[in-house]
Ligand binder design. Structure first.
Ligand code: OFO
Length: 169
């Protein structure tokens, strides 16, 4: 059985993962409006990943005999100055999420909930990967600067990304 404190911390994180899904959906809309369809595809994969992250925790809480309480999702940003600004915002957001997963780990340790700690290891590793992926795209955008042909080449590259359902836990 999961403790009340651990359950509340997971429900809070489910909300943050769903907010991430919403934020990336908003970014997908931004890119579609710019006709940068490859960037939009990349964001769509991100949307699906965040949904999977939320559902992984959802299923875990239920499996441990807990109760999932959903909270309202904040309205995400809808506009950015450029693709570069979008990816700066993504990296900042992912760093924030990493700090929240670490805080969740702290609760698991305080509650001496070893199963939760083991479960959360997957999320920590995933955050390392996410930050590295986003950092890679950001570095490319910084190099491209105002070069439109570089932007279109990157759009083509990002459009090849496909969603692979993660095996969580
Ligand atoms: Fe759920 O990893 Fe991004 O936010």
């Amino acid at each position: 059985m999961i403790s009340e404190k651990m359950q509340a911390a997971f429900c809070d994180q489910i909300n943050k993962e769903l907010y991430s899904e919403y934020l990336y959906l908003s970014m997908k809309a931004y890119f579609l409006n710019l006709n940068l369809n490859g960037f939009a595809t990349w964001m769509d994969v991100q949307v699906q990943e965040e949904h999977a992250h939320a559902m992984g925790m959802f299923d875990y809480v239920i499996e441990r005999g807990g109760k999932v309480e959903l909270h309202s999702i904040d309205k995400p940003e809808t506009n950015w100055e450029s693709p570069l600004e979008v990816f700066r915002a993504v990296l900042k957001h992912e760093e924030y999420v990493t700090s929240r997963i670490n805080a969740l780990m702290d609760v698991a340790e305080e509650e001496r909930d070893r199963a939760a700690t083991i479960f959360l290891n997957w999320y920590l590793k995933e955050q390392v990967e996410e930050e590295a992926n986003v950092g890679g795209v950001l570095a490319q955008l910084e190099m491209i600067g105002d070069d439109k042909s570089g932007l279109f080449a990157l759009d083509k590259e990002l459009g090849a990304r496909t969603f692979v359902a993660p095996v969580i836990g």
